[in-house]
Design a binder for this molecule. Structure first.
Ligand SMILES: NC(=O)C1=CN([C@@H]2O[C@H](COP(=O)(O)OP(=O)(O)OC[C@H]3O[C@@H](n4cnc5c(N)ncnc54)[C@H](OP(=O)(O)O)[C@@H]3O)[C@@H](O)[C@H]2O)C=CC1
Ligand SMILES: C/C=C/C(C)=O
Length: 804
């Protein structure tokens, strides 16, 4: 602590600074110590000095003058000295004046500084007050801190003690910690090294795996590409050779054509001239023609009307001349042949008529009068329900309401002789009585081939048995059929296994003639297709019959209703159009090509503008198929290599394959299908008679597609279609990579369009017969005609179609 006391008396009038605790400031100033004071003093002193100098100089001067008069020579020199001194004094005076001015200037400056200092002093005084306040606050805080400090010091001492204890305990722990840390660090280092090594190995492993996969993929792709390129290369080489040959031929032809072209150009010009002349003439003729056409049409209409009238009159005349009698709008015929009621009914149907139906008493009287002395059978019977009499329904005209019972003879109908189910108009009276319809009729005995035992391998004669059976009399709505053509089809082999039991009549279709009919839809003499099997006769109703197309041309054999214009023709059509969806310009392969289906397949494909390759098993069949217009045909039994022959026939491959044969044949075709090819699986005839499994090789070693043949079971024993399971090729690879579509089908799938399809087939056939169509119009397959002593065809005879 220090006290500064500065001249209390001098500045006693100034306000005293407050004494603060511990520190006291005091500031008292003396005037001489101030710069302005000093300057004033100096200035005063200078003035005094100056005055003293002047006074001294005057005294000195007066002495000199006194001496001057006393000593003349001495006076002159003194004057000069005095002048000198005066000048020196003058100089000193000037110098002092300057110094005074400077001092004045400094005095002014010091005065200013003093004022500034005074201002600062005031400011400092304020600050000092503020500091005093802060000092007081800090002192308080310091005291509080001192208290806290003391408390903390105590706590610190306690902690220091505990710290010292802990330090003692820590040291051994620190040692073991250091040891463990070292061990951990070593382990961590080795762990890190191993992790790195493992990661490097994992990365290398992944890289290698990827490389291996990529290599495998590339290897597969390359192998495929190589194979495809090899195939393409072979194909291209062949094509190139063929093109080379074609090129030479074409060059020659081009030269010839050029010559022809020149000649033709000349001729064309001449023709052009003629053409213009002729065009004019044609226009004139066209006008005349139009006029004549109109006149002709009018005449034609007149002619048609007259023709109809003439035909009607002729018909009436014919009828009259052949014994027919007209009454009102109906015609009547009186047969004098003696027949039973049933036979007479048939006889009427054959003549396009029916037994008499009486609609009025007037009509009955006419018949009685006209028939003279003859009894007349009426179309009136209760054969369907005993006691319920009804008029026959043998034609559109044959329906009427029943006559009044008054016309029955007394006591009739009495069924006196049991089975008196039909009516007769008495010759003696106008009355009606009943009689037995079977009188004088004969029963029909049918012959039928039955399946004596199921086939094992190829069918044998001993597998069949010929049986006779007496047929029932056809009833209303029924017909009696007589077989005209029977069909022997491949499907009978597999179907017999599933659909037939031993002793059944063989399944099959036939063209039959209606020889008795009680069904107006099938009059006597018409032909139908029936699925009644291998029988000579059959009684059935119309539900299961298909009439052969109406207006069947006389020059087209009816047997074709079982062939080209029947089920096989329909199968060919549907397989091509619905399954293969064949298009103009495509190449088709068909096997069993000379068969009922195959021959139509090839012909329809030609009609559609396709290129057709066919295979058959004899040279005769090959010639036949060439006649039908097939582009390429070969005998698959005699060629050296089926694969080569197929490739030669269609070097670019096949768009459509109509499969009739199956088995190994099919496995050779598969590799030759073109991309997006379609395969219609119609039949598999090569396998129907199998007793041992077949194996198939999908491709020959040249193609290199499969190193070893694979086998598979095509059918399971449950289906019973085959006596023993067959093995065959796996086609999947070709199906996938060529994106093939293979579809099995049965002709019946499109049953709803059979009638219109048959008409299309008939139209194609008619075009051929009449020569109006293209040369590719349809022709029917050949028939094999067989007869046996039994009167029934021999079912084992080789050949595809059988004619009774
Ligand atoms: N899915 C369906 O709806 C239908 C299918 N089909 C099937 O169509 C195919 C042909 O029937 P279709 O024309 O009526 O038959 P066909 O009886 O008219 O002709 C069959 C021909 O097949 C050939 N053939 C027979 N056996 C073999 C064999 N083991 N290997 C190779 N070829 C053989 C023979 O000709 P070649 O001398 O030339 O070898 C034979 O002439 C059959 O497979 C049949 O099952 C028939 C109708 C309907
Ligand atoms: C309807 C005919 C079928 C076979 C497979 O021939």
């Amino acid at each position: 602590m220090q006290t500064m006391d500065i001249d209390k008396d001098t500045y006693a009038n100034k306000p005293r600074k407050k004494d603060y605790i511990g520190v006291t400031f005091s500031a008292n100033f003396q005037w001489w110590k101030r710069p302005s004071g000093v300057a004033a003093v100096c200035l005063g002193l200078l003035c005094v000095l100056l005055l003293a100098g002047i006074i001294g100089l005057s005294v000195y001067y007066n002495r000199i003058i006194g001496h001057y008069y006393s000593a003349e020579r001495f006076q002159t020199s003194s004057l000069n000295n005095l002048t000198k001194e005066r000048d020196q004094l003058k100089t000193s005076y000037n110098t002092l004046t300057k110094e005074r001015d400077e001092l004045q200037t400094r005095y002014n400056t010091l005065t200013k500084e003093r004022d500034q200092l005074q201002t600062r002093y005031n400011t400092l005084t304020k600050e000092s007050d503020q500091l005093q306040n802060r000092y007081n606050n800090l002192t308080k805080e310091r005291d509080q801190l001192q208290t806290r400090y003391n408390t903390l010091t105590k706590g610190r001492d306690q902690l220091q003690t505990r710290y010292n204890n802990l330090t003692k305990e820590r040291d051994p722990l620190q040692n073991s910690y250091n040891t463990l840390t070292k061990e951990r660090d070593q382990l961590q280092t080795s762990y890190n090294n191993q992790t790195k090594e493992r990661d490097q190995l994992q990365t290398r492993y992944n890289t290698l795996t990827k490389e291996k996969d990529q290599l495998r993929t590339s290897s597969n792709t390359l192998t495929k590409e190589r194979d495809q390129l090899q195939t393409s290369s072979n194909t291209l080489t062949k094509e190139r050779d063929q093109l080379q040959t074609s090129y030479h031929t074409l060059t020659k032809e081009k030269d010839q054509l050029q010559t022809s072209y020149n000649t033709l150009t000349k001729e064309r010009d001449q023709l052009q001239t003629s053409y213009h002349t002729l065009t004019k003439e044609k226009d004139q003729l066209q006008t005349s023609y139009n006029t004549l056409t109109k006149e002709r049409d009018q005449l034609q209409t007149g002619y048609n009307t007259l023709t109809k009238e003439r035909d009607h009159l002729k018909e009436e005349l014919n009828k009259q001349s052949s014994g027919w009698q007209k009454f009102e709008s109906s015609w009547y015929y009186l047969s004098t042949e003696k027949k039973s009621w049933t036979e007479s009914r048939q006889d009427c149907l054959k003549r396009g008529a029916h037994l008499v139906i009486i609609n009025s008493k007037k009509e009955q009287e006419f018949i009685h009068e006209w028939s003279g002395c003859l009894d007349i059978y009426l179309g009136f019977h209760d054969t369907n329900t005993e006691g319920v009499w009804e008029w026959i329904n043998d034609g559109a005209l044959g329906q009427s309401s029943a006559p009044g019972t008054t016309y029955w003879r007394d006591g009739e109908p009495n069924d006196a002789d049991q089975g008196e189910d039909c009516a007769q108009l008495s010759k003696k009276s106008l009355q009606i009585y009943c009689l037995r319809p079977e009188e004088q009729s004969t029963m029909v005995v049918s012959k039928a081939w039955t399946l004596h035992q199921h086939f094992q391998g190829f069918p044998k004669a001993s597998d069949f048995h010929l049986r006779e059976e007496t047929l029932p009399q056809p009833r209303d709505g029924q017909v009696l059929l007589e077989a005209v053509f029977l069909s022997v089809d491949p499907y009978m082999r597999p179907y017999s296994q599933t659909m037939m039991k031993e002793g059944d009549v063989m399944i099959g279709s036939q063209v039959a003639k209606v020889i008795q009919s009680y069904n107006p839809s099938f009059p006597v003499g018409c032909h139908v297709v029936s699925d009644c099997g291998w029988r000579s006769h059959w009684v059935c109703d119309g539900a299961e019959l298909t009439p052969v197309l109406p207006d069947w041309p006389q020059d087209i054999p009816l047997s074709l209703a079982l062939g080209a214009i029947g089920m096989p023709g329909l199968t060919a059509l549907y397989g091509l159009e619905e399954v293969c969806e064949i298009k103009k310009g495509e190449t088709l392969l068909v096997n069993a090509a000379a068969g009922a289906v195959g021959s139509v397949v090839g012909q329809i494909a030609k009609i559609k503008g396709c290129r057709v390759v066919g295979c058959a098993g004899t040279d005769t069949k090959v010639s036949y198929l060439k006649q039908l217009g097939f582009d390429q045909v070969f005998n698959y039994k005699t060629v050296t290599s089926l694969e080569e022959s197929l490739r030669e026939a269609a070097p670019h491959g096949y768009d459509c394959y109509f499969e009739n044969v199956g088995g190994k044949f099919s496995s050779v075709v598969m590799p030759q299908m073109r991309e997006y090819g379609r395969i219609a699986v119609c039949g598999s005839i090569s396998m129907y008679n199998d007793t041992t499994p077949q194996t198939g090789i999908l491709s020959t070693p040249q193609t290199g597609k499969l190193s070893t043949p694979q086998t598979g079971i095509l059918s399971t024993p449950q289906t019973g279609l085959l006596s023993t399971p067959q093995t065959g090729p796996y086609v999947h690879t070709y199906m996938i990579f060529k994106q093939l579509r293979m579809e099995g089908f049965l002709c019946a799938r499109w049953k709803h369009k059979h009638q219109q399809s048959l008409r299309r087939l008939m139209a194609w056939m008619t075009e051929h017969i009449t020569g109006t169509g293209p040369t590719t119009s349809l022709r029917g397959p050949h028939l094999v005609i067989t007869a046996t002593v039994s009167g029934m065809p021999d079912p084992v005879k080789t050949g595809t179609r059988t004619h009774t």
